[in-house]
Structures are given as C-alpha cells and as structure tokens.
Ligand binder design. Structure first.
Ligand SMILES: C[S@@+](CC[C@H](N)C(=O)[O-])C[C@H]1O[C@@H](n2cnc3c(N)ncnc32)[C@H](O)[C@@H]1O
Length: 245
C-alpha cells in the first residue's frame, strides 16, 4: 500500500512540477543521461518548489547537488521573472569531489546564474545530545530555505543525521527557517524530538517531510534547565524547550 501511494504521489508531483516550471522536465531527462546521480524523489522536489514559491527565500541552501539543483534553480528563475526585487540564489553543497565535478560540468547554462555549486567534504557536527554530519565550506549566507539530501550520515558509531539546517543557525538572521528533508528519517527524528511531531510530519508513504522551525542555540545554558524536561504521567520524558504545542 505504502509503495502504491508513494508511486501515485510521485507521479502527481512530477506533473505539478512540469506545469509550474515549463521546460525543467526535459532538462532533467537530459541531465540524467550525463550523470547517474541518485536523484531526489518528485514528492520532495514539489514540496520544495511550493515552499520556495510561498516564502520567497533569497538564499537557498541545498545539501546534496544533483538533478534537484536544477529544480531549485528553475524555481528561483521563475520568482525572478515574476517578482520585482527578488534576487534569490541557490548555494548547492556537494561533499564528494567526483560528484562535485560531474554536477559542476553538467549544470545546464540557463541555470548557472542562479546557482553556486561548492565542494564541502563532510565533517562531524555536535549539538547538545545529538551528533551528525554537515558539509564543510558552507558560505555564511542568510539562508531562509534548506533542502536536506546529504551528506552521508553513517559511520563507525552507527547512524547519525544530516545537520546542515542546524549548522546554518549559527549565522542566519531569520527567526524561522523553512525546508524539506528527503528520506533521512534520523534527521526528521531530531527535528521532531526538538520541535514536536507537528513541526516535521513524516509518512513512510511520502518518504519526505517539510518543516518551518525557529532558530535555536543549543550552547546557550538557558536552553537546558530542569524545567525544560516534561514528564508524562506514564513516565515518558519530553524535552519541551522548543516544542510547538
Ligand atoms: C541523495 S544524493 C543527492 C541527490 C541530489 N539531491 C539529486 O537530486 O540528484 C546524496 C549524495 O550521494 C552522492 N551521490 C550522488 N549520486 C550518487 C550515486 N549514483 N551513487 C552513490 N552516491 C551518489 C552525492 O555525494 C550526493 O550528494
């Protein structure tokens, strides 16, 4: 059942993308012939397009370059055409040199003005009681939207999570950051643990989650006091400091 829903949703989202961003589907088909990137599912791409068209972020961070880069760039291109004063751009991070080279060489010319592809080998990231991986070399820009689709997040200790969205909280000025996660249940788990399930609802049949989360600073001792822990009558602990009620 899950697969059937996912297949139907992907079909619908592909169609919506084709309607909204004319020409991008044929660009994606051509790109796939030159690069055998894993790609990002249509559900995730459409969630991203909708959020970007709604919130008009000037700075977009993509974690994991590939065919998704073109969809984000085409969305920025559309907003630039239709919205006076909008001058957005996509900063696309790739952690693996070989994939960085393939993506940089194959990005179609019409998208180059809207995208910067940067090589940033993955590095460890620690935040409070979580550990994860981020891209190194992320430029300090005021990101309002983040697509989380990399870097690799497993190692000798087991499964961690993709943490770029928390890394950028050190320098963005927005009080709220919008974004989408493709797959990566452990990343959604961290978002839900901190902000509550309603902040990033996840369904296996969609294999993706969108979020709008407030910027937080885990190093601030004010954010970790005994009163931040709630205990249910059944003994379940909830870290409620940043929870949406
Ligand atoms: C899920 S992929 C990112 C896909 C990208 N967002 C897209 O739409 O094509 C995550 C990472 O896997 C690596 N990667 C890309 N293509 C790959 C492939 N065919 N096989 C193995 N790893 C790949 C890259 O380092 C990439 O950043």
């Amino acid at each position: 059942m899950r697969k059937v829903i996912q297949r139907a949703a992907n079909k619908y989202c592909r169609w919506r993308i084709g309607q909204t961003l004319p020409g991008v589907l044929s660009d994606l088909d051509a790109y796939k012939k030159k690069s055998n990137t894993t790609g990002t599912q249509w559900i995730t791409l459409w969630m991203s397009v909708k959020r970007i068209l709604k919130h008009h972020p000037e700075e977009i961070l993509e974690s994991g370059t590939g065919s998704s880069t073109m969809v984000l760039a085409a969305t920025v291109q559309k907003l630039k055409k239709e919205t006076p004063g909008y001058n957005g751009r996509v900063t696309s991070m790739e952690s693996v040199a070989a994939w960085h080279e393939i993506a940089s060489n194959n990005l179609p010319d019409q998208y180059r003005d809207h995208v910067e592809i940067i090589l940033g080998p993955r590095k460890k990231f620690e935040m409070g009681f979580f550990r994860g991986y981020v891209h190194s070399n992320i430029p300090k820009r005021n990101y309002g939207f983040v697509l989380l689709d990399a870097p690799a997040f497993d190692d000798e200790h087991g499964l961690s999570f993709c943490a770029d969205v928390f890394k950028v909280m050190d320098f963005v000025n927005h009080s709220t950051i919008h974004g989408v996660v493709d797959g990566r249940a452990s990343s959604v788990f961290v978002l839900q643990t901190l902000y509550g399930p309603s902040a990033a609802r996840y369904y296996h049949s969609l294999f993706a989650a969108s979020f709008s989360i407030p910027k937080i600073d885990f190093r601030d001792p004010k954010n970790n006091t005994p009163k931040d822990w709630f205990c249910t009558p059944f003994g379940r602990l909830v870290y409620r400091k940043f929870r949406r009620l």
